[in-house]
Write a protein that binds this ligand. Sequence first.
Ligand code: 4NP
Length: 163
Amino acid sequence: MVKILFVCLGNICRSPTAEGVFRHHANKAGIEDGFTKDIYIDSAGTAGFHMAAPPDKRAQLTALKYGVDIGDLRARKLSLQDFSDFTYILAMDSDNLQMMKRHCPEEHQHKLHLFMSFAENSPGITEVPDPYYGDIEDFDKAYDFIDRASQGFLKHICREYNL
Ligand code: 4NP
């Protein structure tokens, strides 16, 4: 089984959107996710400010415009256990990647990547910018970046795992 964890700061804007969008694309491609399936998908935040909170309303509304419902997701904080439990740990930006690199045991460092490194046709875009202090257009932009990276990452794991 391949286990994928999306990580941002608060786990209420970018990473739950990535969880929902990636699940949407995987399911559309006939790949079901869950504990007993080929893939397992989750998200977490490096900070615990919003533990157990649903995604930010603006993130929910933006995802819903594209038919992706993330309303049932709840925020949680990244744990040390996540570094051993997951196969891929995908950071939304370099601050969160650096934060994870500082805490991740050596044998799991290879699991840490910038999510945007999997996006196709997106030269120069390395991060999903934090939309939290922005407006709805920043959420649209974050959604667009996340969508590109989700599609590229799905191709990547389909190739790697023959899904
Ligand atoms: P996220 O956005 O990391 O994409 O979930 C943020 C959410 C909350 C805060 C910052 C970023 N905050 O400072 O509370």
